[in-house]
Design a protein around this ligand. Sequence first.
Ligand code: ZN
Length: 141
Amino acid sequence: MMGYDSLFFNGSDDTQMVRQAIAEGRVILTRDTEIMKRRVVSSGRLRAVLMESEAPERQMRQLMATLDIDIHFRPFTLCLECNRPLEERRKEEVAGRVPPYVYKTQTQYMECPACRRLYWRGTHWEAMTRQLERLAATEEI
Ligand SMILES: [Zn+2]
């Protein structure tokens, strides 16, 4: 949502995940204490954060406190489904692909070049923005 390049690793090979994280300069966010014990992490060569909670809001607060994450970084510039940078679309280009009410009220659209999902600043976008701002405003974890 904030525009940070992120991947969900759903494989079972932790070594592969670690290799990819190093190669791509990623920070690993995990609930797995075994990852934290790896030499590559304890030596500081690869940054990893052990998530203290399973609750998404608490996780977000922990990340904001730990990784210097800014909710105003590049909000809603990446596809929420596939992490690809979104491209701007003119209103005419999305005609017939969004609900009539949306088409009537929205002028700015973004499209994911990979999955073709369309985004606009509707009520869902506003709700997500408010949620992020609320999280950023509360300091306790
Ligand atoms: Zn996509």
